[in-house]
Design a protein around this ligand. Structure first.
Ligand SMILES: C[S@@+](CC[C@H](N)C(=O)[O-])C[C@H]1O[C@@H](n2cnc3c(N)ncnc32)[C@H](O)[C@@H]1O
Length: 213
């Protein structure tokens, strides 16, 4: 059996998605950048960009595939910035529906957190797939798992998402347009799936080519 492949492009994800509509068997699993990671935008500009980026991800997919987003909210100037809401605006504009919404505990239930909430969102959208009513994966994941760096997806949560895309959406290749150091790509390869990443920062793109789990 051939080893699962991995390709990482170092470029802007939005233009890459526009130029590379994804083929059958491709699914998206990503974690889009927070406002603090994009210095050229004001906060309002980032919100507009973030919604459009979610829309671009879903539009790039085949209709019978799915996109999973792993996002952590932020608290800013006394307001709660709900990234699940922002992702849903973009995904619905692209004509998809929410298949599931899981909560990933970043802190144990009952423990107060300050700057960042005690949970992250895992959201799955598709334009033409339906969720299987017999799907028995949990809605609340008690732990996110190890993180390869401060902005990484938790490994335990990433494994749940990639396994679902393989089993329920027929994914043979996982695409992460904002791949960071390549957590989603390495998890996909571990499950025997091919992986394609896009990352703007050169150093992270290189790490994403090399990350092994
Ligand atoms: C939340 S982090 C992703 C972390 C990743 N899931 C991991 O586990 O390492 C978002 C990433 O998007 C990258 N990024 C920001 N703007 C981008 C763009 N326009 N195109 C591609 N990547 C971008 C950032 O450099 C950052 O590494």
């Amino acid at each position: 059996m051939n080893a699962a492949s991995r390709i990482v492009h170092c470029q802007d994800a939005i233009s890459w998605l526009a130029q590379n509509p994804l083929g059958e068997g491709c699914a998206i699993f990503t974690s889009m950048p927070d406002a603090s990671e994009i210095k050229r935008f004001s906060f309002d500009e980032w919100q507009t960009w973030f919604v459009a980026a979610a829309e671009a991800c879903v539009r790039a997919l085949p209709e019978r595939s799915a996109a999973v987003f792993y996002q952590t909210d932020v608290k800013r100037d006394g307001a709660w910035i709900d990234k699940a809401f922002l992702v849903q605006r973009g995904a619905y504009a692209a004509g998809s529906r929410l298949l599931w919404h899981k909560i990933v505990c970043r802190a144990p239930a009952g423990i107060a957190t300050r700057a960042r909430p005690g949970y992250a969102h895992l959201l799955c959208f598709s334009r033409d797939l339906n969720a299987d009513p017999m799907d028995t994966t949990p809605d609340v994941l008690p732990e996110l798992g190890e993180m390869t760096w401060a902005r990484a997806m938790g490994l335990a949560a990433a494994e749940v998402a990639a396994q679902w895309l393989k089993d329920q959406a027929g994914a043979r290749c996982i695409v992460d347009p904002f791949c960071g150091v390549g957590t989603a790509l390495a998890v996909a390869n571990k499950l025997g799936l091919d992986a394609i990443g896009v990352e703007l920062a050169q150093g992270r793109a290189q790490k994403a080519r090399e990350l092994q789990l």
